[in-house]
Ligand binder design. Structure first.
Ligand code: UDP
Ligand code: MG
Length: 139
């Protein structure tokens, strides 16, 4: 995995509300190239593994419930400085703190249901991409 890639999920709330197209438009307009993408649904064990780092946090049960309740769009994105630039594009975890024009400001409803995931490091981008995609599905 090159270091100019990041991993994203359009979370169940964004998919339920019909925001897939609008969010993908924001992502590609910001200069990200989609190199892998699919509509999929995480099982309980998938979500527990993906968010294992948060397993001791009080919100973990709710997070797993939320992330498994419907389909998500998983994607790998390519751009210079992808991880940092994508975190800037999505905005703060809590949409109340997210900057104007960010994806979370526009489409998230709460700290928990915040519309979109973005990897926090190159190492985690590689791990998260490999969790969702086989090598032949990433272009
Ligand atoms: N989350 C939550 N309550 C919190 C913190 C996080 O429900 O107090 C959820 C939220 O969906 C968030 C995810 O857990 O996106 C992962 O948390 P993290 O701190 O990694 O935030 P992110 O990297 O997604 O901004
Ligand atoms: Mg995170």
């Amino acid at each position: 995995m090159a270091t100019n890639r990041t991993f994203t999920m359009l979370k169940p709330d964004a998919v339920e509300k019909g925001h897939i197209g609008a969010i993908l438009e924001k992502i590609t307009a910001a200069g990200f190239k989609i190199v892998a993408m699919k509509l999929t649904q995480m099982s309980k064990s998938d979500a527990e593994t993906f968010y294992a780092i948060h397993s001791e946090r009080p919100f973990f049960g709710e997070l797993v419930q939320y992330m498994t309740r419907g389909p998500i769009v998983a994607a790998v994105l390519e751009k210079d400085n992808a991880v940092e630039d994508f975190r800037t594009l999505i905005g703060a975890t809590n949409p109340a703190d997210a900057a104007e024009g960010t994806i979370r400001k526009l489409y998230a409803t709460s700290m928990g249901e915040n519309a979109v995931h973005g990897s926090d490091s190159d190492a985690n981008a590689a791990i998260e991409s490999a969790f969702h995609f086989a090598g032949r599905e990433i272009f």
